[in-house]
Design a protein around this ligand. Structure first.
Ligand code: NAP
Ligand code: MG
Length: 399
């Protein structure tokens, strides 16, 4: 069979630990035998980030802006322990944070549902998609430890005029933080969410804590309301879907009682936390896809989980590992499909769909990684645990 050709390269961002191993195997076993893979490769592995003083991360974000579609492997966000382990020059920032800030996007996280795996919340029949604003708030904040004294918020406008608010009069030690967002980014976040909901024909729920955060969160609420009213109300009515704003506590309660089938738009931190909760409740963190969509239509696909460190340490000791590669496979298929769509390369799009189907068929027919075995219940099918490479080979047999 002749291999499928690509016209435009994908931006390929390699990563760390167990997911770096899976990355290589996915390419070798599931993609390269079928596609003449064209990528512009950036090694975001921690060692190379350190060698390039993290320039490689910025370069990869620039390349994503140039080509429009990227696929990213999970990467280590260094902490003090990693600085020691890798003998780093500096505690480099989260590459995801850097890339999100550069692309000013919204992250959409959707679970991969399949026959045989029932969510922990049994009423959830349809996917819940978390739309996470990926700019600002605590991810771009400054904070400090302080002693006794007064903390103030000072804004100096372009003419030099100051506005001051007292944050707190400290009688003793404490901590303070300053964070921001921009109207521009919030407008893009709103439009990205409305567009996505229309695209997948699912209702959109947006939540903040505007009763407490009367200026900051309220700004988000007002911008969403304005954008909806002026640009999306009619389109939503036509598509038969609704937009609802409510407090985050209320949405949490509603989500648990719902049958799923909604897009839940969250501020940056809420989305970070809630997407892990939702992914786990659907069965496994390893079954959650993630795509960063920028306001100018740039896409970066990744898995929602991390580098699976615990499995990696077993792997390097030569022990068998059964790490689930599904979300990483779906990052590749998402990127290949989008590339195919943008380049009008139907063969590439079809291949990505076939790979997704082969992956789900493999699990539904009983072959899966260890994390899914205890969750799998299907009449007439006994789940069989495979190590990662054997699982990839089982998928390849069905391609
Ligand atoms: P993690 O890599 O997501 O793993 C946490 C645990 O979840 C694993 O130990 C494993 O549980 C389970 N798990 C996650 N993915 C799995 C998979 N594909 N297959 C099977 N089990 C899976 O999170 P972490 O251990 O907190 O973080 C490890 C590193 O990843 C950190 O350095 C962090 O900075 C980085 N990280 C990167 C990203 C990203 O690049 N997007 C996101 C999050 C974290 P068991 O051990 O019980 O099997
Ligand atoms: Mg998180």
């Amino acid at each position: 069979m002749e291999k499928i050709k690509m016209t435009t390269p994908l931006v390929e961002m390699d990563g760390d630990e167990m997911t770096r191993i899976l990355w290589q195997w996915i390419k070798e076993i599931l993609i390269e035998p079928y596609v003449e893979l064209k990528t512009e490769y950036y090694d975001l592995g921690l060692k190379h980030r350190d060698e390039t003083e993290d320039k490689v991360t910025l370069d990869s974000a620039e390349a994503t802006k140039k080509y429009g579609v990227a696929v990213k492997c999970a990467t280590i966000t260094p902490n003090a322990q990693r600085v020691e382990e890798y003998n780093l020059k500096k505690m480099w920032k989260s590459p995801n944070g850097t890339i999100r800030a550069a692309l000013d996007g919204t992250v959409f996280r959707a679970p991969i549902l399949l026959d045989g795996i029932t969510p922990y919340i049994p009423t959830w029949k349809k996917p819940i998609v978390i739309a996470r604003h990926a700019y600002g708030d605590i991810y771009k904040a400054v904070d400090m430890k302080v002693g006794a004294g007064k903390a103030e918020l000072v804004f100096t406008d372009k003419d030099g005029k100051e506005t001051r608010l007292t944050v707190h009069d400290f009688g003793d030690d404490g901590v303070v933080m300053g964070m921001h967002n921009t109207d521009k980014s919030i407008y893009s976040f709103a439009r990205a969410c409305f567009n996505y909901a229309l695209d997948v024909k699912m209702p959109l729920w947006f939540s903040t804590k505007d009763t407490i955060s009367k200026v900051y969160d309220h700004r988000f609420k007002d911008i969403f309301a304005e954008v909806y009213e002026n640009e999306y109300k009619e389109k939503f009515a036509k598509a038969g879907i609704e937009y609802m704003y409510t407090l985050i506590d209320d949405v949490v309660a509603r989500i648990v009682r719902s049958e799923g089938g909604v897009v839940w738009a969250c501020k940056n931190y809420d989305g970070d936390v809630m997407s892990d909760m939702v992914a786990t409740a659907y069965g496994s963190l390893a079954m959650m896809t993630s795509v960063l969509v920028s306001p100018d239509g740039i896409y970066e696909y990744e898995a929602a989980h991390g580098t699976v460190t615990r499995h990696y340490y077993k792997y390097i000791k030569g022990e068998e590992t059964s790490t689930n590669p599904v979300a990483t496979i779906f990052a590749w298929t998402g990127a290949l499909k989008k590339r195919g769509e943008l380049d009008q390369n139907a063969a590439l799009e079809k291949f990505a769909e076939r790979l997704e189907k082969a992956t789900l068929d493999t699990i539904e027919q009983g072959e899966m990684t260890g994390d899914l075995v205890p969750l799998f219940k299907k009449e007439g099918v006994t789940p069989k645990k495979l190590e990662s490479k054997a699982f990839l080979q089982a998928i390849a047999k069905r391609l």
